[in-house]
Design a protein around this ligand. Structure first.
Ligand SMILES: NC(=O)c1ccc[n+]([C@@H]2O[C@H](COP(=O)([O-])OP(=O)(O)OC[C@H]3O[C@@H](n4cnc5c(N)ncnc54)[C@H](OP(=O)(O)O)[C@@H]3O)[C@@H](O)[C@H]2O)c1
Length: 331
């Protein structure tokens, strides 16, 4: 059926305006992504309808639409794209107590279902928090996944504390730019590893020393670290081990079943621990991030696209052409 007839049919079936949403019907590169008209969702009594102002791009998005995580995402279609967003509460269910229509909020959707790249999303109170007034919708959308990942790594998996030597490999990316700031706030001395374009940003965010991975091998570093955080997916625990102090922690980001089992048994017998992040996003975590933005947590948004340019946004970001956080505005 031609697109115009489909739109006409949707308007007839759903008298409230249909909304635009990025969707796909098969796994593949960014060419599978399309902006489609869909009925605006309805809410149950414990839910809220959010008008999305901005959603951010995360590497998890393309790992999922390329089919690299189909064990977790399943292979049923159509699927939506995008996990974290910021917007305005449009409707509240009768059982919702903490929010009213018109409130500005930020939050996340279930990682493997996604769908934040849309004009409206449906959430519960457990996955949103009030948007801090001192940041824009673009900045708030850039915060949930990468900010919560950094918080979980720094405070829980690595328990970074004062005086520790911390190496962050991939410090100029989405998670890295928050991890650098949080580790510094916890009183650590941070060595940031990034490509040439990201070194200045890492220094601006507080890194004490920077290493350009295109010029220097990590194995040549003279110092030993209490914590090594690999955000590049390129540093294996075995390669990091010689850089670790005897009771150091290594954190990596790929929670494969085999990797998790291997790390569990390794940690039973070794002083040098291997932790793997499995993101556990919570509204409480969002509130901690919101409070941190009021204490100078910086949220640099590197580039902003509109919804119509979504394929270009994913192509450029996934090819590493843009360093740091990228946001899509839903206008
Ligand atoms: N397990 C979980 O629950 C979970 C949750 C959130 C994120 N993640 C994963 O965590 C990873 C990081 O996320 P992100 O949003 O920070 O990604 P990102 O924005 O793409 O950042 C990746 C970083 O790695 C750096 N890098 C690339 N090649 C490198 C190398 N050879 N040596 C050192 N650094 C290198 C990049 O630097 P340049 O740009 O300068 O090259 C960039 O700073 C992704 O794989 C993501 O999927 C996992």
């Amino acid at each position: 059926m031609p697109q115009q007839s489909k739109t006409w049919l949707l308007r007839l079936l759903y008298p409230s305006n249909p909304m635009r949403k990025v969707m796909y019907d098969r796994f593949g590169d960014e060419q599978v992504l399309a902006v489609r008209e869909q009925p605006t969702p309805t809410i149950a009594s414990n839910q809220l309808l959010i008008q999305v102002k901005a959603a951010s791009i995360n590497p998890l998005d393309w790992k999922i639409y390329r089919g690299e995580m189909k064990l977790m995402s399943g292979s049923t279609f159509p699927k939506g794209v995008g996990i974290d967003f910021a917007g305005i509460v449009s409707q509240v269910g009768a059982g919702v107590t903490g929010y009213r229509s018109g409130d500005a909020v930020f939050g996340f959707l279930e990682v493997f279902t996604g769908g934040a790249l849309a004009e409206y999303v449906v959430v519960t109170e457990a996955t949103i928090a009030p948007k801090p007034a001192n940041i824009s919708f673009d900045q708030a959308a850039a915060l949930p996944v990468t900010g919560l990942a950094a918080l979980q790594i720094v405070d829980q998996l690595a328990a970074v504390g004062p005086g520790q030597e911390v190496l962050i490999n991939g410090a100029s990316g989405g998670v890295g730019l928050f991890a650098v700031q949080l580790a510094k706030q916890r009183g650590a001395r941070v060595t940031a590893v990034a490509g040439p374009a990201g070194l200045l940003r890492a220094t601006q965010l507080g890194a004490d020393a920077v290493v350009d991975y295109t010029k220097q091998r990590l194995s040549q570093l003279p110092q030993r670290f209490d914590v090594i955080i690999d955000l590049s997916d390129k540093l294996a625990f075995k390669a990091a081990r010689p850089l670790m102090k005897p009771r150091a922690t290594f954190v990596s980001m790929l929670p494969s079943p085999l990797g998790l089992v291997g790390a569990f048994f390794h940690n039973l017998f070794s002083g040098r621990k291997h932790q793997i992040l499995i993101l556990k996003p919570t509204a409480a975590g969002l509130r901690v991030l919101a409070a941190l933005t009021e204490q100078q947590l910086q949220i640099p948004v590197e580039k902003v696209y509109d919804l119509a340019s979504v394929q270009q946004a994913y192509q450029e970001t996934s090819q590493g052409k843009i360093k740091g956080k990228v946001v899509v505005v839903i206008d």
